[in-house]
Design a protein around this ligand. Structure first.
Ligand code: AMP
Length: 604
């Protein structure tokens, strides 16, 4: 059958997916066409969102006096950006709360909202509700299929192979008004689209639904590992949403491997798997395999000798690559992942949020440090607020960047940093996402974004301003000294302590390996010196900010932090270690688990 030839006018949501998951043309050709015409596609898409939601309460306030149904897309686009204000989540919260409570009048969308997603809340410190619709699941399917198509050009995989996926659903619950609440990934894993994706990409996850949605991440991780090994000769690649959960799974494997091998030998499941549904589903899949168990045991014994270097290719010899989000706050885990992967390609996954998918990695051969994301102009209407760094020494009383007027996607410039603003099919209008991105170039006519950091200023005592990215660079420099002394940084976070004058930064480190105090003291001083922000340097020199403090934590502290987030409803799939915190629960854990403290001797 001849392939359907895409045209730029076709690209709106329903185009690629004809409803039953069959593609009507090659998805890469489709993406090339929509990217070529990205500006035009965006204008049409905004028009579609606004006309579809004509008369909803939120928009009535701004657009109520205009007959938008009769307006041309271009005129509507300029009207929209001139009369509808920029908003943040707080502006949508009251509407979403009313929807959650069961109000059925069209508040944000004309289509009734039946599901709400929970953002991880680990970066903002607070979970947010975001509407989730069929469109959200469809765009997830589209980006996964698109990304898989680009990957398979560089790293072809065998059709019908398996994927070892460290994925986790959170528990879902109902609101007072009967809406289903869960993380966006939870809704997706439970959707038809997730099944369609496996068929479309012709690769199947090792774990059944009961493991993914088991509700207890420790039991799920055990079963993911067990099944991944049971199918080890079929696994084509290994993945997780964020790389954190994969590294976490392999570090648990270092402790669990004997038990897992025993279960593979006997075709059983140890008592640590308590969920009856999970037990039943896994036991239906596995059968005793003593040959495999002995082979795995021998491999693990060898791996243990070399501190698990090369674990992935040794245990999954047919895996072609590892695939996960490795950018932004996930970058600190790359070192450990590279240790496990021993040269196996690391492919950085796409850019999105609970609110909307944003961009796809069209160059999967690039190392994670160089990855950019080509904006998919059919997902949402994107605007970009130009951000400018402050002049040296300039203080704006708390904000981190100077802003210009938001511009549409078609006007962004290479090299400029922006905050992303979203107008979605799910009822968010001009909502600031809080992410800082830099335009690195263009894919046809659509911008390729480099993820810089969360916009929220993270470390500040007075005129100093350090973002997540600044902290990350400083910690990298400090940990170079640690690595030379054969220590390994497991994870880190920070806190601006202003409880005593002068205020100072506290960096918390969990480390592996025995390291002398004098080395840790040197790490602390090095980090203090490496904060390059002018406000910090000046304040340190004048002692209006005190010496940096390094608190070394006992092993397992970050696992405790993860458990505390999970106990409060976060899902492992979405978890991101907060890089700076003033959350009391977290600080209590950190301070209770501190075993040693060091103060910098820089600037003395
Ligand atoms: P959540 O709100 O829990 O859905 O998390 C979404 C946030 O995760 C985004 O706003 C980004 O800050 C971060 N994020 C998502 N994808 C990526 C990526 N590919 N690289 C870096 N950060 C990402």
């Amino acid at each position: 059958m001849p392939q359907h030839q895409p045209t730029p006018m076709e690209p709106l949501v329903s185009y690629y997916n004809n409803g039953n998951g069959d593609s009507v043309c090659d998805i890469i050709s489709w993406f090339e066409v929509v990217s070529q015409n990205a500006g035009h596609v965006q204008t049409q898409l905004l028009c579609q969102i606004l006309k579809q939601n004509y008369g909803v309460e939120y928009l009535k306030k701004w657009l109520g006096n205009y007959n938008i149904l009769e307006m041309e897309p271009c005129a509507l686009e300029s009207l929209f950006s001139s009369v509808v204000p920029l908003a943040s989540h707080a502006d949508f919260d009251p509407y979403i709360q009313r929807i959650a409570d069961g109000e059925t009048a069209p508040l944000l969308t004309q289509q009734p909202i039946t599901h709400l997603s929970l953002s991880s809340g680990t970066t903002e410190g607070r979970q947010k509700f975001v509407p989730f619709t069929r469109h959200s699941a469809q765009t997830t399917l589209q980006i996964f299929t698109l990304a898989a198509a680009y990957r398979s050009r560089v790293y072809p995989t065998r059709e019908g192979g398996r994927i070892l996926e460290f994925i986790y659903s959170s528990n879902r619950f109902k609101t007072k008004g009967g809406l289903t609440v869960g993380t966006a990934t939870t809704h997706y894993y439970a959707s038809e689209e997730f099944k369609i994706k496996q068929h479309k990409t012709k690769s199947f996850t090792c774990s059944p639904e009961e493991v993914i949605s088991g509700g207890d991440y420790k039991q799920s991780t055990y079963c993911h590992l067990l099944l991944g090994l049971f199918f080890s000769d079929q696994v084509e690649f290994i993945t997780s949403a964020f790389v954190y959960s994969m590294v976490q799974a392999f570090s648990s494997f270092e402790e669990l491997w004997r038990e897992i091998c025993n279960d593979i030998r006997d075709g059983t499941l140890g008592s640590r798997i308590k969920s009856p549904k999970m037990r039943k589903a896994v036991l239906e899949i596995i059968s005793p395999n003593s040959n495999l168990a002995s082979k795995l045991e021998a491999a693990c014994q060898e791996l243990e000798e070399v501190d698990w270097f090369g674990l992935i290719p040794k245990l999954w010899p047919k895996a072609k690559y590892v695939y996960s989000i490795m950018t932004g706050s996930m970058q600190p885990y790359l070192k450990k992942l590279r240790h496990y992967a021993n040269g196996l390609p690391l492919v950085s996954a796409d850019y999105g949020s609970t609110e909307s998918w944003i961009g796809v990695d069209v160059d999967p051969s690039l190392p994670p440090e160089d990855v950019t994301f080509a904006v998919v102009p059919t997902f949402s209407y994107f605007e970009f607020i130009p951000l400018h760094r402050h002049e040296k020494g300039f203080s704006s009383g708390g904000d981190d960047f100077l802003e210009d007027k938001p511009i549409p996607l078609s006007q962004v410039k290479v090299g400029q940093e922006y905050e992303v603003v979203l107008t979605t099919f799910t009822g968010l209008y001009r909502c600031r996402l809080g992410d800082v991105v830099e335009v690195a170039g263009f894919h046809k006519g659509t911008p390729k974004l480099n993820f810089v950091c969360r916009r929220k200023l993270i470390l500040t005592v007075n005129i100093d301003k350090n973002t997540e990215k600044d902290l990350q660079l400083v910690v990298e420099r400090g940990s170079e000294i640690l690595n030379k002394a054969k220590g390994e940084l497991v994870d880190f976070t920070s806190y601006a302590d202003v409880s005593n004058q002068p205020g100072h930064y506290v960096i918390y480190w969990e480390i592996k390996g025995k390291v002398e105090d004098k080395v840790l003291g040197a790490c602390c001083t090095e980090m203090d010196k490496c904060f390059a922000d002018h406000g910090y340097v000046v304040s340190r020199k004048t002692n209006s900010i005190g010496p940096l403090e390094l608190c070394v934590l006992e092993r397992g502290t970050f696992k405790k932090i993860l458990d505390s987030f999970i106990a409060n409803g976060a899902a492992l799939s979405q978890f991101k270690t907060p890089r700076c915190t003033n959350n009391h629960v977290l600080l209590k854990i950190l301070n209770t688990c501190t075993t040693k403290k060091f103060r910098s001797t820089a600037y003395t």
